[in-house]
Write a protein that binds this ligand. Structure first.
Ligand code: FES
Length: 286
């Protein structure tokens, strides 16, 4: 089960501003029923040039309904320029957070708003539409993927799927998603990783954290230890304290303490959250 905030549940069970507007000033549609999520958003400006009315219709999960409802509440009373600055993270934050696996709902909301603003301004479509389709299952372009990576500090293919849906079907596009990730991370000189760590520390649930610790050990730590005939076992995660046991040659090494702090802890701080403390699990002592 996803861990939803009270505000997400409230907007899901009592969505605001559902419906249509007669002769709207701007209309934006994103997604498609074939892909499982679709959102139509429209607004009307008041005499003062601010958004006086805004309505949405969506086909999607509870998070899509909550994100769309929240977005309509956020933009009411804004000028077009103010509304254009809303990011998908703003929508998620307004809702008190969304499970990471559902962040694509906030991205869909932001894209629908951008499409509606583009429609109002007489522009043809969103800049993303100029990109090339990378994920054919969900019709996601390289531009959309690059933008989601940069704006949200994504560092893995799984995260790209959570935020854009790309890669969530046949998985044939995974190598290309990884190549885009590698390129964007290299271009930003590690900036993406720093955003990722800061963002994660704000929104990680305990289950997310344990999963990330396991993934980081598997991908970044175990292969290095095995090269020297050692290994590592994850024993427990208690808040930000991670208990591990070093095995093989690492367990007997006089420098085990250095390995734990300078390598294992450093990697977990880089890829999970900066507050991680690593402690050695001792079968006798614990
Ligand atoms: S092409 Fe991306 S999941 Fe199928």
């Amino acid at each position: 089960m996803w861990d939803y905030s009270d505000k997400v549940k409230d907007h899901f069970f009592h969505p605001r501003n559902v419906g249509t507007i007669d002769r709207p000033d701007g209309v934006g549609e994103v997604g498609s029923l074939a892909c499982g999520d679709a959102l139509r958003l429209m607004f009307k400006l008041g005499d003062d040039g601010r958004i006086a009315d805004v309505k949405f219709q969506t086909f999607g999960c509870g998070s899509a309904i909550a994100a769309s409802s929240a977005l309509t509440e956020m933009v009411k009373g804004m000028t077009i320029d103010e509304a254009a600055k809303i990011t998908n993270r703003d929508i998620a934050e307004y809702l008190g957070g969304l499970p990471e696996q559902k962040m694509h709902c906030s991205v869909m909301g932001r894209e629908a708003l951008e499409a509606a603003i583009a429609n109002y301004r007489g522009e043809k479509g969103m800049p993303e539409e100029e990109g090339e389709i990378v994920c054919h299952c969900f019709g996601v372009t390289d531009r959309q993927i690059e933008r989601a990576i940069k704006e949200n500090g994504l560092t893995s293919v799984a995260q790209v799927t959570y935020y854009t849906k790309a890669g969530g079907g046949c998985e044939k596009c995974h190598p290309e998603l990884q190549a885009i990730l590698d390129r964007v991370i290299a271009d930003t000189g590690g900036g993406i990783r720093r955003i990722a760590v800061a963002e994660k520390s704000k929104r990680l649930t305990n289950i997310d954290k344990i999963k990330l610790v396991e993934e980081t050990i598997e991908r970044e730590i175990r292969p290095m230890l095995r090269q020297d005939g050692g290994d590592i076992e994850l024993v427990d995660v208690d808040g930000n304290t991670v208990y591990v046991a070093l095995r093989g040659s690492c367990g007997k090494c006089a420098l085990a303490g250095v390995t734990l702090k300078d390598f294992v802890q450093a990697k977990l701080r880089e890829f999970v959250v900066p507050q991680i403390e690593v402690e050695e699990w001792s079968e006798q002592g614990n």
